[in-house]
Ligand binder design. Structure first.
Ligand code: UD1
Length: 363
């Protein structure tokens, strides 16, 4: 059984679901409903050809405790009736932790896809979710060597750790092929590029509580993005959390026309814009990885990252909330003096195959 809840889970689920459907094993899918908007959820199921969930828990918004506790209660009921041989959890969202807690109490073996990542910042809810999930999961599937090393340092048994690579790259590799053969799938991104007359552009996403939940920090961030956009247009698909905060702080109406705020995009449109952007400014986790694979420069608006390989080998750098540094780095990129990035081991589109092998050895 797989469990997913929020947008970044869906691209991790898709390739493994497809791989398992080619095997002798049966599988079921639970969607907690942590992300419920059509643009945050349905469009990904459709584009990534993930079948309708067998169970939809309808958890929705709420405090972290509410999301976690509601998921636990609803999932326990399902597992009492429909007990899988293994639960597969993904990433670091609240749904991941909730499912892990229920399964370990019911003694259902847990496999964690994207195990071992650590930002070492316990103010991030995701860091707590990662540490707790990894401390009780049975099979820890890491995307890169640093993830395996983090787990070893925390005292995890070597036999539980499997370096399988980055499953999001499987989805990305497949999507690049689909996009190339079916340009009609890109209507939204092409519309945006038309609006900026196909000029070079910067792509940005922001949603981390540390950047958007305080009106002052939000204002500073949007001042910096507005200033940068006067030089090169910035396209910013808006996360619902950020939208709410911008509305409450009355910032939306002060944004210049060169900072193009648009609705959240589906997967294909977003990948296409990432591939062709001059650079990316983001506080997301997954986008640091995708941009490294695509070799698009990425400046991360955080003080730390749980994905250091994207800095070491990829195209990522951290700028935190130092917006002078941000502008300086953007100029380096615009002048084509930024690092180019290298291949990352095991980010090759074959992670789902390796994961299935590990799961079969452990069933
Ligand atoms: C969650 C994950 C984060 C991930 C992000 C990607 C946790 C702790 N955080 O953060 O790791 O990077 O998803 O998007 O699990 N909302 C909607 N419609 C939706 C979903 C959310 O309007 O479909 C609103 C909610 O009402 C809430 C806000 O967006 O106000 C935040 O949603 P929430 O699920 O709490 O966390 P994210 O910030 O999206």
């Amino acid at each position: 059984m797989h469990i997913v809840g929020a947008r970044p889970n869906f691209m991790k689920l898709a390739p493994l679901y497809k791989e398992i459907s080619k095997s002798i094993h049966s599988q079921k899918l639970v969607h907690t409903g942590q992300h419920y908007d059509a643009l945050m959820s349905d469009v990904f199921f459709e584009q990534l050809q993930i079948p309708n969930p067998d169970y939809y828990l309808g958890i929705g918004s709420g405090s972290h405790t509410q999301q976690t506790a509601k998921t636990m209660l609803a999932l326990e009921e399902i597992l009492l009736k429909d007990r899988p041989d293994m639960m597969i959890v993904y990433g670091d969202v609240n749904s991941t932790l909730a499912a892990t807690l229920v399964c370990c109490k019911m003694q259902i073996p847990i496999a964690h896809v994207e195990a071992g990542l650590r930002s070492r910042d316990r103010n991030m809810p995701e860091e707590i979710n990662r540490i707790l999930t990894d401390s009780v999961a049975d099979i820890l599937l890491t995307p890169s060597q640093d993830g395996s090393e983090n787990l070893l340092h925390e005292g995890v048994d070597t036999h539980k750790i499997h370096l399988v690579g980055n499953i999001m790259i499987d989805t990305l590799v497949q999507a690049l092929d689909i996009i190339e053969k079916n340009p009609q799938l890109l209507s939204k991104s092409l519309e945006v590029l038309e609006a900026i007359q196909h000029k070079p552009y910067i792509l940005s996403t922001v949603h981390r509580p540390s950047n958007v939940d305080k009106p002052d920090s939000l204002q500073h961030l949007f001042n910096a993005l507005s200033e940068i956009s006067s030089q090169t247009d910035v396209i910013l698909p808006l996360h619902p959390r950020t939208k709410k905060q911008l509305e409450e702080a009355n910032i939306l109406q002060t944004i210049p026309a060169t900072l193009h705020i648009i609705e959240p995009l589906g997967y294909f449109d977003f990948i296409y814009l990432q591939k062709h952007a001059t650079c990316i400014l983001t506080d997301s986790g997954g986008i640091q990885e995708e941009s490294s694979y695509l070799k698009t420069p990425c400046l991360t608006l955080r003080k730390n990252t749980e994905r250091p390989i994207t800095i070491e080998l990829g195209t990522n750098e951290l700028v935190g909330d130092d917006y002078d540094l941000l502008k300086e780095k953007v100029n380096i990129i615009l002048n084509d003096q930024y690092k180019k990035g290298q291949e990352i081991p095991f980010w090759d589109g074959k992670t789902a195959q390796r994961i299935l092998q590990v799961l079969e050895n452990n069933l």
